[in-house]
Design a protein around this ligand. Sequence first.
Ligand SMILES: [Zn+2]
Length: 244
Amino acid sequence: MQDLQILFFIVGACLGSFGNVLIARLPNGESLCGRSHCPHCKKTIASYDLIPLVSYLVLRGRCRSCRKKISLQYPVVELLSGILALIALAHTHTFVTAVLLGTSLWLLLIITVIDVHTRGIHDALNVPFILCGIAFGSFTTGIDALAVTIGVGFFGVQWAVSKGQWVGSGDVLLMIGISTLLGYWEHVVLMIFIAYLSGALVASFLLMTKRKTRQDHLAFVPFLALGMLVTLLWGERILAIILL
Ligand SMILES: [Zn+2]
């Protein structure tokens, strides 16, 4: 690995560590300042036990003080954040666009995990995500009004018709960021298709295996994020095959 890749992975993993703090505290309205503590024994975690990924491995996934298990979500979010930073670097041509895309993907990951836990999107994450998306779009493809209109319009109409029952206002706002990041309207259409297809497949699986009932509400952001990532990485190739 080159130096820049190592740097991006480490910074990404550290952002992931901060992301875990956001996931734990933002939905409860807790302050982001103040030291982290074990959710079981409440003991303050020493700074040498807060090294992303490394500390989890050294402690073998258990709290140093009470030996209770640390959620696997912590190292997974740190690892994914590092990988997303590498993806951002590989996918861009300049340092600034790599940082903007990396920050956007990291924000989308944290928004996704919070949505899974709470079925809600926090404006404190949505607003910077939209700003990063607009900045990234401006530096790369330019802001395509049609892409944004399709992305925001598709969910905005559903939000208006269902009075917020099918999709939330947070999903509509999130689409501003996703549409500006993807840049082309064809990619936005593909992203929506992948999101609905994957959502339908997972929902069918959960219904068939009786893990969920029709009354349960499935978090939708994970599928938007999946559609966005797949389109970002392979959208060009997928469209070339479909439109052959
Ligand atoms: Zn503990």
